[in-house]
Design a protein around this ligand. Sequence first.
Ligand SMILES: NC(=O)c1ccc[n+]([C@@H]2O[C@H](COP(=O)([O-])OP(=O)(O)OC[C@H]3O[C@@H](n4cnc5c(N)ncnc54)[C@H](O)[C@@H]3O)[C@@H](O)[C@H]2O)c1
Length: 435
Amino acid sequence: MARDLRPQPSRRDFLRASSTAAAAAALPLGVAEAAFGGGGDTLKIGLVGCGGRGSGAVVQALRAEPRAVLWSLGDAFADRIDNLLAMLEDEEGPVERSRIQVAPERRHVGLKSHQPVTDEVDVVLFATPPGFRPMQIEYAAEVGRHVFAEKPAATDGPGIRRVLAAAEEFDRKGKCFAHGFCWRAYEPWRAAIREIHDGRMGPLRAAYVTYLAGPLWHRGRKPEWTELEYQVRNWLYFTPLSGDHLVEQAVHSVDKVMWAMGDRPPKHVTAQGGRQVRTDPKYGNVYDHFDVVWEWDDGAVATLQCRQMEGTLGENLDHFVGATGRMDADGWAANFVVDGDFPWRYEGPRNDMYQTEHDELFAAIREGRPLNQARQMATSTLAAIMGRMSAYTGQRVTWDMALQSKEELVPTDDAWDLDQPLHCEVAMPGRTRFL
Ligand SMILES: NC(=O)c1ccc[n+]([C@@H]2O[C@H](COP(=O)([O-])OP(=O)(O)OC[C@H]3O[C@@H](n4cnc5c(N)ncnc54)[C@H](O)[C@@H]3O)[C@@H](O)[C@H]2O)c1
């Protein structure tokens, strides 16, 4: 691991990313774009959130566009930037070293590092905890950059509204936006959903999907961390940051359901859940299981079971039931078995969906083609958020209630304060109020 020889950020720096030097070093976007569009040699990429997924996304972006260079990095913590650079700059690294051009003044530390990173690049990749995503997407829309944003889009209703507003701005400015709902880039799934949309098993009546998983990581606590740093380092367990595991992890299954249903918003949702095994305070306020039932105007229903518990069955199944047939898919085995009135089996190629997401984004940028998946991302995310709202409150939640919700889980952009931990209580159905 690379030793951090730079001055450690002060508590204030942690919140307000170093931006002066960066702003001075930034190339006006128009110049870089003109060069690229005119057959020039570089497209500058920035990454915000240098953890597990960000490390993968940045390599996929560089592989997707041979003329792209990694120009700028941002993370809440310097050690995460150092770890990523050590991996990328290694002799045996995944991409040619000459393409890693992150000068020291373009390594931005802080919860708002997305601002300097976005300012100085052509394409920005967001892979931080989801609670920060609306502020990041909104900023990229405002300054007009191409975006790849990991799922989910937000953790609350107000965040979804910000992403929907930003979607308009990407259209207006002709900027591309791709999301990280990766199954939408998987060819076997694309073929399967085409079968459903083509009506090969009649109108879709029901879906039953599962995301039954084991526990995920916990990064512990260090005495020098403030409470907010502890929460951000262990973001999975705090609803404002992750949205809870229904919104953070099982949202992949929700997205497949929404895709199959033609991205039509459900009428309402009824859900329940709780915290049965993961009760230690170190697990913040999130639940460890949910059962969710959505219903659409035409009577179609979808149910989801999701869980994160040690020693339990692991399963990621999708069952779609149409009027005349049925389709069953095993996400983890990537094995499509179809039952019903239309015998069909996927026999085409299997692709790396994470790579395809970036290949398609950069092809659109290169060719000046419109690509805007921000509304789709917001819609699938809200379908998951409304499930959590229903489970937390014990009430039926309609689409409009969720979309108009006034519950702001994350502080406003300027109100992040290291001495102010996020307020996270375990929700109690029947007592927790819908806002
Ligand atoms: N599509 C997929 O299959 C997939 C898989 C894994 C994760 N994800 C998504 O990717 C995102 C990141 O997940 P991960 O597993 O990489 O988490 P991670 O904890 O490994 O990485 C997150 C990084 O963001 C940094 N960070 C936190 N707050 C920040 C802020 N305000 N500004 C800048 N950096 C900040 C953290 O320090 C950390 O380095 C999540 O939205 C997650 O849901 C998607």
